[in-house]
Write a protein that binds this ligand. Structure first.
Ligand code: GLC
Length: 446
């Protein structure tokens, strides 16, 4: 059993921590301009001009079953879909706005197809629901709003009422958590503060953020819990729930609770190419090696990874996304044993530079992920007495534990190998790196 004690939270994170790897899906009207999901506010697009994306939204190639198959093949165990993003457009059928997929050329509830398809593939179901809403008439203009530069913004806010908006959110969350069966994750996004240097906000009274009081987050969460008690909820409302969600950064250590210092359940979220929504001209796509390492890095620090796909406006995953998912599929097919049910290695096992460790929950297997492939010998400090058997994970081929290499390494050329000591486990590895992006060694511990 892993000795790490993780903070107890209200929801059921057991399956989540075991499953480790999920798919984020950002899909909305912003797929049409195809230049970032924040386009409406980045370019300060008026309601009237943004309407064209609603009018031309026609996802004729949307087939949720294909998405679900791609996710499953990639080794992903759960998914989180944007039921509504900051633009306010709802992919689901809702009684509370006309700004929804059923009123577009799609003519149907796109969320329910997602739920059915992913459930049929055995994946857990998550809903992302944006707290921010740049379409709703009651959502007050603030530092992130598309109308923030309007000289009349302050006056326009007089008719806007965040209480009504908070009620709207509760109504929609009630629909989402009532009409689609069991929902495993609810991802609210997000609270924020006023800007430091708001060059484009002429009226300082508009330079405000929004926080848990604005969302009436306590009530929102109480409602969600009453409808789906075990559901996992993120912390972005600012009411602490189950999930810490570092975004597009390299996490260096297992995050801890800011007050108690306890280890917390966490999930890094990342994109294939910097943007969440489909971005046609974005060229900073991550290399296969980066994709695989991101996942390993998370698990080696006790966390999950949710990797994002931004489907096109026609409703399919473009070739670049398919290719990236294929990279995961290929690696996970052979190596998922070092990911599922694994966590940070016990403190006694410290990975040297160029390697990452994960360990099975029962403590019996240690996985060595080789980032820097060594010449002939893999040197693992402190493990000599602890390992019964070693093999490559991808093909279960034995890696011989070398007893005489220590002497050989010590004597070669008369030079003493500085880091060899009697506790060094020395594994003989092939000269040529196996054809695996990151090879994994499986060590059976004593
Ligand atoms: C954000 C962004 C966003 C994305 C999300 C995912 O804070 O606003 O567009 O949906 O993070 O983590």
């Amino acid at each position: 059993m892993s000795s790490y004690k993780i903070r107890k939270t209200p929801g059921d994170t057991k399956w989540f921590i075991h499953d480790r790897f999920g798919m984020f899906i950002h899909w909305g009207l912003y797929a049409l301009p195809a230049r970032h999901e924040w386009i409406k506010t980045r370019e300060k697009i008026s309601e009237q001009d943004y309407q064209r994306y609603f009018d031309y939204f026609d996802p004729d190639m949307y087939d949720a079953r294909q998405w679900a198959k791609a996710a499953k093949a990639a080794g992903m165990k759960y998914a989180v879909l944007t039921t509504k993003h900051h633009e306010g457009f709802c992919l689901f059928d809702t009684k509370y706005t006309d700004y929804k997929a059923t009123n577009t050329k799609a003519g149907r509830d796109l969320v329910s197809e997602y739920v059915d398809a992913f459930r049929a593939e055995g994946l857990k179901i998550g809903f992302y629901y944006s707290l921010i809403d740049w379409h709703h008439p009651d959502f007050t203009i603030d530092c992130l709003h598309p109308l923030r530069s309007d000289p009349n913004a302050f006056e326009m806010n007089e008719d806007r009422d965040m209480h009504r908006y908070a009620e709207y959110m509760r109504n929609q969350v009630r629909e989402l958590l009532t009409n689609y069966g069991k929902i495993d994750i609810l991802w609210f996004d997000f609270s924020y503060s006023a800007k430091k240097n708001p060059a484009d906000i002429p009226d300082p009274r508009i330079n405000t953020g929004k926080h848990k009081e604005d969302w009436e987050a306590d009530k929102l969460i109480e409602l969600a819990r009453s409808l789906q008690p075990g559901i996992i909820i993120d912390n972005r409302t600012e009411v602490e729930q189950d999930l810490w969600t570092p975004e597009q950064i390299e996490v260096k250590s297992w995050p801890r609770h800011s007050k108690t210092g306890e280890l917390v359940p966490w999930e890094a979220c990342h994109t294939f190419s910097g943007s969440w929504g489909y971005y046609r001209d974005e060229m900073t796509w991550k290399s296969p090696e980066m994709l695989i390492k991101l996942l390993i890095d998370c698990v080696s620090l006790g966390g999950n990874l949710i990797m994002n796909v931004g489907p096109t406006a026609r409703g399919y995953f473009d070739k670049r996304a398919e290719h990236a998912l294929g990279v995961y599929a290929e690696w996970m097919k052979y190596n998922s044993r070092s990911i599922y049910g694994c966590t940070m290695a016990e403190p006694e096992f410290k990975a040297p530079n160029g390697l990452r460790y994960t360990q099975s929950e029962d403590g019996k297997r240690l996985y060595v992920h080789i980032y820097n492939y060594p010449y002939r010998y893999l040197l693992l400090p402190g493990l000599a007495e602890k390992v019964k058997y070693a093999q490559f994970l991808h093909d279960a081929s034995e890696l011989k534990i070398s007893s005489d290499a220590a002497t050989r390494l010590t004597n070669s050329g008369g030079e003493k190998h500085s880091s060899i000591d009697e506790n060094m486990l020395i594994l003989e590895v092939p000269y040529v790196k196996p054809d695996v992006i990151v090879p994994v060694v499986e060590l059976f511990l004593d």
